[in-house]
Structure formats: C-alpha cells, structure tokens
Write a protein that binds this ligand. Structure first.
Ligand SMILES: C[S@@+](CC[C@H](N)C(=O)[O-])C[C@H]1O[C@@H](n2cnc3c(N)ncnc32)[C@H](O)[C@@H]1O
Length: 336
C-alpha cells in the first residue's frame, strides 16, 4: 500500500476505488490459484478457449478474468485476445500459496467483531477450534499452510543472510521450523553446521516429504513434538521465526523456558519476528498484528521492550538486534 488508510480516507472516491480494486484483486488471484490456471499458461500466446478446455472453466468468464489480469500487467494479452505468461505471472505462480490459503483465512476475518467482543480469535469463532488444532486435523490444508510459510520465509531470506551475521554454531534447532525453508538456507550458508527441524508431528511429516530429495538432508534431523512440553536439547543456536507472534505472553514464556532448559550454556536464541515501533508510525507489522488477533487467541506482534520482558521472565537476556524496517527483524538473546 503506497498510501496509509488515513490518507486514502481523505478522498472517498479514491478510497472506494482502492476498496474495489483490492477486493477484486484478491478474489481473482485466489480463484487463479485454486484453479491452477497459471499451470496451463505458456510463453507463446494461447487462445482463451484452449485455456478454458484445459482447466474446465467457462471461457466467457475466463476471458474477463484474463483481461483484468492483462489490464493489471500480470499476464500478456495480444491483439487477438490470446494470453501468455509474463515474468510477473511466473513469479506469482511460484508463490501462489500466499493467496491459496485465503479461503481458510478470509472467512475467519469476517468474525473480527466477535473477537473484539470476546477476546477470542476470530478463527475460533468461525471454525470452533484454534488454528493449529484445526490444521492438525486437516493434513492437506496444513501442508498448504506450510508451503505458504516457506514462501513468506524465502521472501525475507535475503535480508536475514545479508544483514545478519550469525555467531559460529555447530547445531541449530529451528523451533516450529515448518517445512525447513529457513534451515535449508541456514545450512547452505554455514556448511559445517548441522540442523534440527522441530515441529508438530503432522508438520514434521510434511517436512520429511519436502526435504526427501534435498542435498542437505543428511545434515538435518526432523523431530515431531510439542514445544509446550519440551524441545530438542544440545543446540547452540535456537531459531524461532514467527513463533512467538502466534502466542500470548504466558505461552511465550512457557516455550522460552523449555528452550532455556535445552540450550547449551554458551548458546544463542534468534527470534525472527516483526518489531513494532515504540510509538505508532507506518510499519508493516501493525497489519500482521491485526491478522494475529484474528488467527490466534493471544497472538500479537511486539515491541522490543516487550521481547525483553519475555526474555527476562524465561532466563534469557537481549543481546543484539538486526532491525528490518520493512519486514521481520532478528532479535538475539543469550541464556543468563
Ligand atoms: C507461523 S508458523 C511459522 C513456521 C516457520 N517458523 C516459518 O516462519 O516459516 C508456526 C509454526 O509453529 C508450529 N507449531 C504450532 N504449535 C506448535 C507446538 N505446540 N509445538 C511445535 N510446533 C508448533 C506450526 O506447526 C507452524 O509450523
């Protein structure tokens, strides 16, 4: 968003155009992703009828959708109305999990009012159970969620590995490490280290599948478990990317204490999460904070001072921060 919501509201016409444009773009990209439409697009322009045949979609409607996407400079449409991939549609195709998950996430957001009235996440109002319980019972959706997390993680890897220098480590443990996107990149950058991916048993099974043909698989151990009970011990670097933001303070302290019990004395903890400014100012973390309010009871983005309090309550002390004003920051703590 180039303008803040406040600036858009200065002009109702501009605000309404933004509303229709954003809503429509989400609907279209979501449908494109769920129908796997872009799987069938090539570099050479193809008639809409061919695409309709391959996807089983109605050609007249498909033509309007592709015209919209061409008008938005996503796909290419020639003078005869034939369509082809562009570099942008290929890039979106590779990351379409970002919107594939909207059909789960979006309806929950419509229960936002109930969350505000009760303090219980919208997700629970809509689905009757917390997000990770819901995912544990639905492996296909959980796998989709894991792929989404991998896409989000890959988008900030450039920042992590160019701006932050990890201190030497031998055994890294990624707590809530999902399908192993971060661990794979970490071990590529640090070729003498080994790694452990720790996540719920269902997600650990998906990680095994995702990494089955990885050249790094012999350096990675994948362990299923519950971080509220215990985490794998003996690591000298514990990573937690977008984990603390899923939980309220008490749950965060419980997870951190389990890491404190497992970490070697000179180990380090690297938390990767948004750092909210101390005073309100335009920052991408605020939108995710509201997202967390919808998704998980207690989930929230935090300021640095709030992380320091969590660390102090669980036997850690803040050591250093690599701040990212545009995305997640890296916050390192050490055991005390
Ligand atoms: C928001 S995702 C972050 C995934 C990954 N760290 C990343 O940033 O791509 C949260 C992760 O925590 C895992 N998780 C949730 N509850 C857990 C628990 N009780 N024990 C272990 N992992 C859990 C989820 O399965 C999920 O992979």
């Amino acid at each position: 968003m180039t303008k803040t919501l406040g600036a858009l509201l200065d002009d109702f016409g501009e605000f309404h155009a933004w509303l229709v444009q954003s809503q429509t773009s989400l609907w279209v990209l979501h449908a494109v992703s769920r129908t796997r439409l872009l799987d069938h697009l090539g570099d050479a322009p193809a008639p809409i009828e061919t695409l309709a045949e391959k996807t089983g979609l109605k050609s007249d409607m498909l033509r309007r959708v592709m015209t919209f996407l061409a008008s938005q400079e996503v796909v290419y449409m020639d003078a005869e109305g034939r369509v082809a991939h562009t570099a942008r549609s290929r890039a979106f195709h590779a990351r379409q999990d970002a919107v594939r998950w909207l059909n789960v996430n979006f309806p929950a957001g419509l229960k936002f009012e109930e969350a505000l009235r009760t303090g219980v996440a919208s997700f629970e109002h809509h689905y009757g159970q917390p997000l990770f319980d819901y995912l544990s019972e639905r492996p296909d959706i959980a796998e989709e969620f894991g792929r989404l997390m991998s896409s989000i993680t890959s988008a900030i890897e450039a920042f992590i590995f160019s701006e932050h220098q990890f201190k030497p480590f031998a055994r890294a443990v990624d707590i809530g490490g999902s399908h192993g996107q971060l661990m794979t990149r970490l071990l590529t950058e640090y070729p003498s280290a080994k790694g452990v991916i720790f996540d719920l048993p269902g997600t650990a099974a998906h990680a095994r599948k995702a990494l089955a043909s990885s050249p790094l698989k012999d350096r990675i151990e994948i362990i299923g478990g519950d971080f509220f009970k215990a985490v794998p011990d003996g690591g000298d670097l514990y990573l937690m990317k977008q984990i603390l933001h899923d939980w309220g303070d008490e749950e965060c302290v419980a997870i951190l204490k389990n890491i404190r019990a497992a970490i070697v004395p000179n180990g380090r903890l690297a938390v990767i999460d948004f750092l909210l400014p101390e005073k309100p100012a335009p920052h991408p973390g605020y939108a995710l904070d509201i997202n967390m309010l919808c998704l998980l009871t207690g989930g929230r983005e935090r300021k640095l001072s709030e992380f320091e309090t969590l660390f102090a309550r669980s036997g850690f002390a803040l050591d250093r921060v690599t701040e990212n004003p545009r995305g997640q920051s890296l916050i390192e703590a050490v055991p005390v």
